[in-house]
Design a protein around this ligand. Sequence first.
Ligand code: SF4
Length: 464
Amino acid sequence: MAVRAFYLDIGHWALEEPERWGPWAVPSPVSEADCSVKKLEQQVKARMDQRTRERLPYLPALVRVADRRLKEASERLAALVRAPLGSTFTVLGETFTAPKTTSRADGQATTVHDVQGRRRDLRTEEKRAFWAWATIEILRHTGIRIEELLELGHHSIISYKLPTTGEIIPLLQIAPSKIDQERLLLISPELADVLSAVITRVRQKYGTVPVVPSYDHQERVWNDPLPLLYQWQVSEEHRPVSVNTVRQSLNETMTAAGLTDASGAPLNFQPHDFRRIFITDAILNGLPPHIAQVIAGHGNINTTMGYNAIYPAKAIEAHRAFIARRRALRPVEEYRAVTPEEWQEFLGHFARRKLALGDCGRAYGTDCIHEHACIRCPVLIVDFSELSRLVEVRDNLTDRIAEAEREGWFGEVEQLSVSRTAAEEKIAQLESRKNRKDSPVFLGTPSFDQLIARDSEADATEST
Ligand code: SF4
């Protein structure tokens, strides 16, 4: 873009000051199409879609691990609370030693030492496991943004009475974050369970949700104190849970889950991945895109469709129907199950094609029609590593030809010479393959000098 702008600027200045800039004004070598970001956008969308498709099947496993981690962390903490100071206790197969003293007002310990002498903070472990579980559950049931999650307050849960039946519907009010438009989400029974667990936790002994001030990192302002749901107690002070804590808790759950992608690399989930998965899942399950747009809080339906990692469901179904139709037209015996003997025979075929000089390239199910005269055979695929053996065979043939000529065995000389010629041809083919592999391939791309020479030639021809 900078190069194109440079050429266009010179062209523009040439109109205003032709005597100064005219000689320099030339067509820009960077075309408008070269600067198009459409391709880039499509690549980003393809990458995001792939990311969503890769993570969607692992979501149930992640939910299970988060749930298990929370139960285990709660059990460890409960065991610590029960254990007297200075005692040793065993929970979930792990043995811990509680400290002899504590500075806490309630007289309960926070940290312990395990059998290897490592210090573990069981209260912090439980807190992080809880917020990781709550984050995964709320994000996967609502598809809200991380900043919207952290701004959820006790006042965000409201009820609505249906005018027709009088039924009370619980709703979650999402404060506007990206666009200045609030939205209301229906609270499903599963989401209600999670929200109730969060409220019960932050209420604790006070009976109400404490109000805490929070800092808006986007707007760079302090918000008024609010009864935020994402808060915890640090040294007797109530503080909002930070975005970094949420991300770290998610990463810890991912590490515990041990999920990997197709290449074996650890699979990570960002909070926004849950939003993409939520929208894709909702649309896949028949939710109209314009409703998904309202739930997601997008100003434009194209944004919602951009989040939807489309599966070519129609193409997959049509292809499967085509295969089923084609099978119906073919004789049924073609589709019977392979017998173990046939399978062994199939596998054995490839093992039997291995030869001293490489591999036999004859078709599956056919016999050797060249009486195993591999050195003369055109379907022999010689292995690079067998070049020295081939040279040995060629030298041996040369010695035998000399001996046959010496002894007057002229019938053999003719056959041995045919074999030697075939061996030499194969050696030459191998060497040329090796040279091709080792040397760079010229693709015919003209150099800058060639282009200049061609242009000057064209100018000369024109002036003539
Ligand atoms: S002679 Fe040809 S077909 Fe026969 S085993 Fe050797 S390479 Fe295969």
